[in-house]
Design a protein around this ligand. Structure first.
Ligand code: SAM
Length: 286
């Protein structure tokens, strides 16, 4: 096991605190500091960077981020049982670890950020991973406050994040959203045996970097468009887009014609740029 700091090994800390993983909180812990250091390094240069970490748990990734030189880590944890362990880490790295007790879906992180660069790095709790990602990607302000997202997902979700029309089975709403505003790629897989307790599936670490100037579109309209299109992914678009509300005199056929998209095409054949075009033409109709 890697020695990255002078704190006791994670297994000993967890045993000492009697921290048994709770399934309801998506708890699958990483005890291997070699692996957590690899994730920390993969997120990009950390010197001078504030890292926001969701779900530090007993702190395996937190310790790696701090040991790798992050200026500060702001960690949001829902499980109060982890707080004494995190306090011990904070003591070891004075002034560099702030722990917010709460639900990452609700916490306002802005008071903890300053003008300096920030990255989000997390072994995400699987039960809230997709809503958290969607929240970060649909921010009004773009480019966002973060320079990158380095996140652990179930392999199947990772594949949907990086999917394109060339991979029809995985391509859907998430792929359009990620492809619109970010460059996303899978960095490496992590086997179940790396976690305590081991999940049933393989996981993947994904890196997403924001595109500074993505094509302009309303987030809400783009989401409504992909919801309608992929809600009935086997149907032709002239059929599936009928579920959208249209002003008098307009319908899905007219929308597709104005966008230069063949009405018999299916959602999973359309590249991201076509969805953006549809969203913008649809907004111009209303
Ligand atoms: N980072 C640790 C590691 O790699 O060993 C733990 C990762 S574990 C997959 C997910 C963590 O997220 C748990 O510590 C869990 O308590 C926490 N968590 C679950 N739901 C949360 C939420 N809504 N907001 C903040 N933390 C949450």
């Amino acid at each position: 096991m890697a020695q990255i700091d002078d704190l006791p090994p994670l297994r000993d800390i967890v045993r000492e605190h009697g921290l048994l993983a709770k399934k309801s909180l998506g708890q699958n812990f990483l005890f291997d500091l070699n692996l957590t250091s690899r994730i920390a390094r993969a997120s990009g240069p950390l010197e001078g960077v504030t890292v926001v970490e969701v779900g530090p748990g007993p702190g395996g990734l937190t310790r790696a981020l701090l040991a790798s030189g992050a200026r500060r880590v702001v960690a949001i944890e829902r499980d109060t049982r982890c707080l004494p362990i995190l306090a011990q880490i904070a003591e070891h790295y004075p002034g560099r670890l702030a722990v917010i007790e709460g639900d990452a879906l609700e916490v306002d992180i802005s008071p903890y950020l300053d003008e300096g660069p920030a990255r989000i790095v997390s072994n995400l709790p699987y039960n809230v991973a997709t809503p958290l990602l969607t929240g970060w990607l649909t921010a009004e302000r773009w480019p966002p406050w973060w320079q990158s997202l380095t996140l652990m997902f179930q392999r199947e979700v990772a594949e949907r994040i990086v999917a394109t029309p060339e991979i029809p089975g995985d391509y859907g709403r998430l792929g359009v959203l990620c492809g619109w505003r970010t460059h996303a790629h899978i960095l490496f897989d992590v086997p179940p045996s790396a976690f305590v307790p081991p999940p049933k599936i393989t996981s993947s670490v994904v890196h997403l970097a924001p595109i500074a100037s993505p094509e302009a579109a309303s987030v809400r309209t783009l989401e409504a468009m992909t919801r309608a299109a992929f809600g009935q992914r086997r149907k032709m678009l002239r059929q599936s887009l009928r579920s959208l509300p249209f002003p008098d005199g307009f319908d899905a056929g007219i929308l597709l014609e104005r966008a230069g998209i063949t009405p018999t095409a299916r959602a999973e054949e359309l590249p991201v740029t076509a969805f953006v075009r549809l969203a913008n033409i649809y907004d111009a109709l209303r």
